[in-house]
Design a protein around this ligand. Structure first.
Ligand code: NAD
Length: 427
């Protein structure tokens, strides 16, 4: 069978499975299979050398029955509208499974941000808002940072929106720097959330976390804090992390008997690439390719990009792996899902596993509305409660209906969105 590389087709196929299990009527499937609204626009940007360049931008609002659309903006050279559509749909399910009152959206720009100067990035961010601002807002659609975008960029976007609307509106984007209305704990939130879910999965499976081991793909925001929390909260050992090297355009796995994420952070650039020479000097073993996936560990955490565990790569998963915790969005293809089920690996599906980021973004919006800000400890404690409760919501569904964890997550999420649509009289 040939695997589809189109993430929107994957998202729709996953939705179709959930819709079939819930026996949803056709009109409900029709509204949820496609985004409610899509925006495509051109963003002219004056470059530092005086020339003008035009970038393609997108915003997709998949569903807002449960509340304003919510989701990041990605700056990536290979961005496509179908990637944005898939990610917007996954945001709808993520907010619903986490039981926060938000819908799903996603945005993007086709650009390699590392090729722009700081001033050019600022003009591009302001240009994106200039095209979209009438369809954004704390009660309409609230973007956030994602791959290739940063808290600083959210600061520029918030400023541009506030300038256009004539009032200070910190709640129009989340993931802002703490000094201008960002939330404490947002940086750690997604990685820590992954590990809160892993902790509950280990309790469920009777695994002693203190002698457990993990292999992680990626060493960006999610992976770094997942690695830290795996060691410091669970007391386990991380055997390896992997990352993509921008210069050689290859991925590498960095192994040790128990890697030190704090040290690795000091030799990692802003794009999540580890300095090979410094890692080798510190005694790390460096292997090319997907070595992280074949390690003899208890937990695998893909936290890089979509489509990494596919029919080909899934074959090398070690038979001792017990938990697959999907830190990334859409890291596993439908075909690889079958291999994972066959191995009896316990899956924590992406939109449950990595919901910590959007939960904390929701806390940021709440704090912006109150104009009162919580300490980091309070944010992380509330995050733990929400993640734990979302985990058991899905686990209970999987046990009640005797279904795979991914299907259970879809059942919980789709049901909540459909209930909101029904109460609002849409279907
Ligand atoms: P990031 O850009 O900070 O880091 C990505 C990491 O993946 C980098 O270390 C990069 O080198 C590595 N990588 C890329 N391709 C690779 C490959 N082929 N092999 C090995 N490593 C590779 O991104 P992030 O914010 O950590 O996000 C990672 C994933 O988690 C994405 O799928 C993102 O959509 C998802 N996610 C992020 C958040 C968040 O709050 N940051 C929230 C939910 C989901």
């Amino acid at each position: 069978m040939t695997e589809s590389k189109n993430p929107f087709e994957l998202a729709q196929a996953q939705f179709d499975r959930g819709a079939a299990l819930l026996d949803l009527p056709q009109e409900v499937r029709d509204i949820l299979r496609q985004p409610l609204r899509e925006f495509r626009f051109q963003i002219p940007v004056r470059m530092d050398d005086g020339s003008a360049r035009v970038f393609s931008g997108f915003r997709v609002q998949h569903n807002d029955a449960r509340g304003p659309a919510k989701g990041g903006i990605r700056f990536h050279p290979n961005e496509t509208v179908d990637t944005v559509r898939a990610l917007a749909m996954w945001m709808t399910w993520k907010c619903a499974v986490a039981d926060i009152p938000l819908g799903g959206g996603k945005g993007g720009v086709i650009v390699n941000p590392s090729t722009l100067t700081v001033n050019e990035k600022e003009r591009l961010c302001r240009g994106w808002v200039d095209q979209m601002w009438q369809n954004l807002g704390p009660r309409m659609d609230v973007p956030a940072p994602d791959v290739g975008t940063t808290p600083q960029m959210m600061g520029w976007m918030m400023d541009e929106y506030s300038r256009l609307t004539g009032e200070y509106s910190p709640g129009v984007v989340t993931g802002k720097p703490v000094d201008i209305g960002g939330s404490e704990g947002r940086t750690e939130a997604t990685g820590y959330g992954v590990i809160f879910a892993v902790r509950e999965a280990m309790k469920h499976l009777g695994i002693d976390s203190k002698i457990s081991t993990a292999a992680i793909q990626g060493f960006g925001n999610v992976a770094q804090y997942a690695a830290i929390a795996f060691r410091e909260m669970l007391g386990g050992a991380v055997k390896c992390v992997s990352c993509y090297d921008q210069r050689d355009r290859k991925s590498y796995t960095y192994s040790n008997h128990d890697i030190d994420p704090h040290f690795l952070q000091t030799i990692t650039d802003e794009y999540g690439s580890i300095d090979k020479t410094k890692a080798a000097a510190a005694g790390y073993t460096i292997e090319e390719g997907d070595a992280w996936l074949c390690k003899d560990v208890d937990v695998l955490i893909p936290a890089a990009l979509e489509g990494q565990i596919n029919a080909e790569t899934a074959k090398c998963i070690n038979p001792n792996v017990k938990i697959l915790a999907e830190g990334a969005n859409g890291p596993t293809t439908l075909e690889a899902d079958e291999i994972i089920k066959h191995h009896g690996i316990f899956l924590i599906p992406d939109f449950l596993c990595n919901a910590g980021g959007v939960i904390t973004s929701y806390f940021e919006s709440v704090q912006n509305d109150m104009n009162y800000y919580w300490e980091k400890e309070e944010v992380l404690q509330r995050l733990d409660q929400k993640m734990t409760s979302a985990f058991y919501g899905v686990l209970n569904m999987a046990q009640d209906r005797q279904v795979y964890m991914r299907d259970a997550a879809y059942l919980v999420a789709i049901d909540r969105v459909v209930r909101a649509m029904r109460f609002r009289g849409w279907v």
